[in-house]
Write a protein that binds this ligand. Sequence first.
Ligand code: URQ
Ligand code: ZN
Ligand code: ZN
Length: 470
Amino acid sequence: MTILIRGGTVVNADREFKADVLCDNGKIIAVGDNLDVPAGAEIIDAGGLYVMPGGIDPHTHMQLPFMGTVTQDDFFTGTAAGLAGGTTSIIDFVIPNPQQSLMEAFNIWRGWAEKSAGDYSFHVAVTWWDETVHSDMGKLVNEHGVNSFKHFMAYKNAIMADDEILVKSFSRALELGAIPTVHAENGELVYVLQQELMKKGMTGPQSHPLSRPPMVEGEAAQRAIAIANVLNTPLYIVHVSCQESLDAITRARAHGQRVFGEVLAGHLVIDDSVYKNKDFAEAAGHVMSPPFRSSHHQEALWQGLQGGNLHTTATDHCTFCAAQKAAGKDDFTKIPNGCGGVEERMMILWDAGVNTGRLTPSEFVKVTSANCAQIFNIYPRKGVIAEGADADIVLWDAAGTKTLSAKTQFSKGDFNVFEGRTVKGIPTHTISGGKLVFKQGELMAEMGAGRYIKRPSFSSMFQALNKMRT
Ligand code: URQ
Ligand code: ZN
Ligand code: ZN
């Protein structure tokens, strides 16, 4: 399929410029002025629109079995919803049960993801340790294109990685040229606070944020940073939600440590007043970890993005419906943790970021696509409008408006944390793998059209780091 995008303003991480973009056979084959129209090409008039790299969401959980249930969006509906919001690639998570082979889990998730409508890749979680984990990590990097390993420092008695696992896994990741990532919350503290709140009879969703105060995240972020520092590995901290963990990242980076931070669209614009809602479904619908924070943390997170101490934006798309959330009706610790956002992320970042002057269009591209591609080593295949890149492109109408709602979302599920928010700045067309998959509100996502994206190891950088350690 040949598509010529004509008359738009291309926005990359480094600059904006007027140019046509020609796509053929899934790739961008030309970017320039007044490109000739190949016979049979579909022409898209991009006059007055921005032409940007398709978004990459580095943090989703499609079809995740979690807390006794499975998320609402599977890999088809979840990636299709992403395409409707301009996100053309996701990095999801393989999360083995403790004692389950990493390779076995990886193959199961690969099977689930074959129905994806957009491209996908996987971080693999290390939730336990023995020699087979050590060896499977090697297979995953050297044979399957995994270059990032996740560690949940929360979720005690489930998938929590203690310090021994962190130290062994980070060291192994360094040997392999893979980057460790962490969900930074102190799972022991969360567990104690949960028990205390339940003992006091404070069983409602209002207790969720009380069981995970910012310092619970700040301590874990600092601990992971210290372990990475001593072992000389880079580190990527997912869903940074508060000043405390951002400060730990900022301090580490100021001393030259290679630490990257991710922030969720939700944490940038939603505060903890949502938990005060007397309606259980409304409050429980916002139960995710780390929780939404008091409003001063939002400004800190925006400053983190603007100041280069937070690098990527994600969603942690992990959707449960009201009936699933009701599992925690009488015990907030049993409310499945997770919220959506894969469809809304880029509109939230544009509306609250670009329209307020916090981000330029190029900085928007950095934090929604290019930085993620560079950190996870798939740039310039992804994250840029340039010859040779994958034809993953979003056309953006800065004047267009939309009111976000569960009633109109493509994502499955019956809840939307951005419910009722009217945004200015919306996608008009999404091109994924060189095909037009979204056009002015109409989604033409195709089951199985998405590809598994291998991410090469960082051997060169890590060899240098490794040398410094030995
Ligand atoms: O912790 C995560 O990232 C997964 C289990 C999604 N749930 C959540 O509350 N963030
Ligand atoms: Zn997490
Ligand atoms: Zn997550």
